[in-house]
Design a protein. Structure first.
Length: 134
């Protein structure tokens, strides 16, 4: 039996899904909805970015169908470590730091379109380079 491969999706990937980007939709279908996870940070960013009540309600509904990975003690420890290493040298943003820490804490790949935000973080495994912007 093949092992289920959970993939953590960055906020930009989910936004492109909402923009009906067919390349992203195809890739997410390959991953399988049951294997798509997002960080609590991504869920918060999606809610924050809602433009109106209808969009907000749709996001809330959609979030119920995704695995949302909590920011636990392990992720927080990793977050503080990587922020200490990369905040000055690479200007690592808080949300990106938490998302990377979530991937590292759970030992899963990160699917992002912004490789530049994560490529320097030791240990982060990035998913499917074909769709990443440099």
């Amino acid at each position: 039996m093949e092992q289920v491969k959970i993939v953590l999706c960055d906020t930009d990937v989910i936004i492109e899904f909402y923009r009906n980007n067919q390349d992203i939709i195809t890739e997410l279908k390959k991953i399988g909805q049951e294997n798509i996870a997002i960080s609590t940070i991504t869920a918060g960013e999606l809610l924050y970015g809602a433009l109106n009540k209808k969009e907000l309600n749709q996001i809330i509904k959609d979030l119920k169908n995704l695995t949302i990975l909590d920011i636990d003690k392990k992720a927080c420890t990793i977050f503080l470590d990587i922020m200490g290493k990369y905040v000055l040298s690479h200007k690592l943003a808080l949300p990106d730091g938490f998302i990377a820490a979530t991937a590292l804490a759970n030992g899963i790949e990160l699917y992002t379109l912004n490789i530049k935000d994560y490529r320097f973080i030791k240990g982060v495994k990035l998913y499917n380079e074909k769709f990443r912007k440099l």
